[in-house]
Design a protein around this ligand. Structure first.
Ligand code: PMP
Ligand code: GLU
Length: 403
């Protein structure tokens, strides 16, 4: 084929398409061709959006609520976000400190565009969610990866953080509970991050998208609870994708200092204008109605989590930190690297292993390298117990035949 006439911008060459969405698309395509693929890849609740939320979306259409909305989102929705933050966490925000965006990912994108640029470094603890580094890079800044250790349940070690921080550090991205590990940051780690952020003037981005999916009774420690002064330099990211099984509606929100939200609104006004009017009404119903749904969903995940941990750690050589939240397990399968498939292919990394699992066991998973941790593979357990059981059977068998 001829070389294309139109060249692409340099920034596109720097990043890859989202690997989670790519594996999901591949699994769905194979399934459509009739293959019996079990999809453990994309992180999306297997629940339907609750009926009262869908009804609110339908009513919005019927009532003609189908025009542009204010750039930061409709006022009642921003008020509802403030109400949730106050009721659920005791944090005080005003509506002009809230931006509603087209999903949580878009909120992160707006933040990075508003805050970071060439020469800036942003600390990203790894394993990280796949989109953090590219979102930082798309703003022209540099993600600086801070390794977390499986042996300490992927908690952040302040001494390690110190090694990666420097004069160019502008901020840090926290995600507790984490995608992909399900781990949470300890009070001690948050205390240390808070001290560094206050001393150095870092912005703290706290991605709380999994904060309704927490296992165990205790309330999670949070950076904002460490020191109230941090509210001046923290951005809270959340949304309804995970909590209300609304991934396709595309509604996320950010709470933060007014001048940063105003800057993010400027960017949103020149890009998406506003999130979907209909989806905003549905999200309003989610945030103002009964809060039972996230609890029901979380409770349904508990036996699946128990099953996954038991099944994975029963496989020789496999270790797996028990998640404290979210709906992923992130087993370390590196004991199988250096072995060969029955077909003679060598398995040397997480991509080769994930490819083998997809091709030979029809198991769609996400290789750990996508999260900056090549010894691991991510499995989402937001799927039925029958699929989990069959999946773990196939995994054990596929690993057992490696030579
Ligand atoms: N943060 C994390 C850690 C995630 O896993 C996701 C994936 N859904 C998001 C943010 C963004 O969610 P969404 O854009 O679907 O609201
Ligand atoms: N956050 C989910 C995941 O990690 C959804 C896909 C995506 O947006 O990356 O699978």
């Amino acid at each position: 084929m001829d070389a294309p006439i139109i060249a692409l911008a340099a920034r596109v060459k720097e990043i890859k398409a989202s690997p989670t969405l790519a594996v999901d698309a591949k699994a769905k395509a194979l399934k459509a061709e009739g293959a019996d693929v079990l999809n453990f890849s994309v992180g999306e609740p297997d629940f339907d959006t609750p009926p009262h939320v869908c009804e609110a979306g339908k009513a919005a259409i019927d009532q003609g609520f189908t025009r542009y909305t204010p750039v930061p989102g409709i006022l009642p929705l921003r008020e509802a976000v403030c109400e949730r933050l106050a009721t659920d966490h005791g944090w005080q925000y005003r509506p002009d400190q809230i931006q509603v965006s087209c999903g949580g990912k878009h909120g992160l994108y707006n933040m990075a565009q508003a805050l970071f640029g060439p020469g800036d470094e942003v600390l990203v603890p790894a394993p990280y969610w796949v989109s953090y580094p590219p979102i930082v890079q798309l703003a022209g800044a540099t993600p600086v990866i801070v390794p977390l250790d499986e042996k300490s349940d992927f908690d952040l070690d302040p001494a390690v953080l110190q090694q990666y921080a420097g004069p160019k550090t502008r901020g840090i991205i926290l995600n507790s509970p984490s995608n992909p590990t399900g781990s949470v940051l300890s009070a001690g780690a948050l205390e240390a991050i808070a001290q560094m952020a206050l001393a150095q003037g870092w912005v703290v981005i706290s991605d709380d998208i999994y904060d309704t999916i927490v296992y165990g009774a205790a309330k999670l420690p949070h950076i904002l609870d460490v020191d109230p002064r941090l509210q001046q330099q923290t951005l809270i990211l959340n949304g309804v994708s995970k909590s209300f099984a609304m991934t396709g509606w595309r509604i996320g929100y950010t709470a933060g200092p007014k001048h940063i939200i105003a800057a993010m609104n400027k960017i949103q006004s020149q890009s998406t204008s506003n999130p979907s009017s209909v989806a905003q009404k549905a999200a309003l119903a989610a945030l103002t109605g009964s809060q039972d749904f996230p609890i029901t969903m979380r409770d349904a995940f508990v036996p699946r989590l128990d099953f996954m941990i038991k099944a994975l750690t029963a496989i020789p050589g496999v270790t797996c930190v028990r998640p404290r939240g979210a709906f992923y397990v992130f087993p370390n399968l590196s004991a199988y690297y250096g072995r060969e498939t029955p077909g003679g292919k060598e398995i040397n990394d997480s991509v080769a292993l994930a490819d083998y699992l997809l091709e030979e066991a029809l198991l769609a998973t996400v290789p750990g390298v996508a999260f900056g941790a090549d010894q691991f593979i991510r499995f989402s357990f937001a799927t039925s117990m029958a699929i989990l059981a069959e999946g773990m059977r196939r995994l054990a068998q596929a690993l057992a035949v490696l030579k």
